[in-house]
Design a protein. Structure first.
Length: 251
């Protein structure tokens, strides 16, 4: 089997099975594990999969730049945003992440809601300028242009001074084994700090993020209280999270 054919076969297996185990596959194809691992490394460099210990998982399309992400699952995100907005009670202090689904959340906040939104996303803050009753607290830091959010020491220090009722987390990937992950090391640290500083963490999960993995782990799934997904999401993608005792809200 030529290298090109072998790589295509690997991608087809990954699409079919949702994961690749290098040892098992090497036995099935009568190839060395080193050959399989080399192919996986090269495919990972092309962004076609995510390497994990012992094999590979599907890569998340949510690692694309902000403008490109706005076009991914564009029909799904308003419904998730609407469902998330309905979870906020008057008087609560709420962390809202950056990202395209989080933008939909703040756009759906009721006009009469009185609450405090804390965010490290300029995009989220600007969306709330016209909301009469929402207090907005901006967290500073270095602007991570890919996601249009603040990261770094200043952001982490500011988070440490706040205790929130809820944190609506945006992620690149959500996997029952790999946990919640994203594409940048510093951004993962900020998300982890926000989750630790909130009573409840709610993950906004449009369909393309489920059953995928990204390079930097944010936290284990035990950190997640609820996942909001679209009502039409394949139950096979949701069931592993329910089995772990995580509440799943259908938008």
């Amino acid at each position: 089997m030529l290298t090109r054919q072998r790589k295509q076969h690997l991608l087809e297996l990954l699409k079919r099975d949702g994961r690749i185990v290098a040892k098992t596959l090497s036995e099935q194809l009568s190839l060395s594990e080193d050959t399989i691992r080399r192919d996986l490394r090269e495919l990972a460099r092309e962004g076609l999969l995510q390497r994990v210990h012992g094999g590979a998982l599907p890569a998340s399309p949510a690692l694309a730049p902000f403008a490109a992400r706005e076009r991914i699952a564009s029909d799904a995100k308003p419904a998730i945003g609407r469902a998330a907005a309905a979870m906020i009670a008057p008087g609560q202090v709420v962390f809202v992440d950056g990202g395209t689904t989080a933008v939909q959340l703040v756009r759906h906040l009721p006009a009469g809601l009185r609450a405090t939104i804390v965010t490290h996303s300029p995009s989220i803050a600007v969306e709330l300028v016209g909301h009469a009753h929402i207090e907005v607290i901006m967290l500073g830091g270095r602007l991570f242009k890919h996601s249009i959010v603040g990261v770094g020491a200043a952001t982490l220090e500011a988070i440490g001074q706040i205790r929130a009722d809820l944190y609506f987390m945006g992620v690149s990937s959500l996997h029952p084994e790999a946990g919640i992950s994203t594409g940048d090391f510093e951004e993962a640290g900020v998300k982890r700090a926000l989750s630790n500083a909130a009573l409840k963490t709610i993950v906004l999960a449009s369909p393309e993020k489920l059953a995928t993995a990204s390079p930097y782990r944010i936290a284990p799934l035990s950190q997640v209280d609820c996942i909001i997904v679209n009502a039409g999401t394949d139950e096979a993608l949701i069931a592993p999270f329910r089995a772990l005792g995580i509440a799943v809200a259908l938008a």
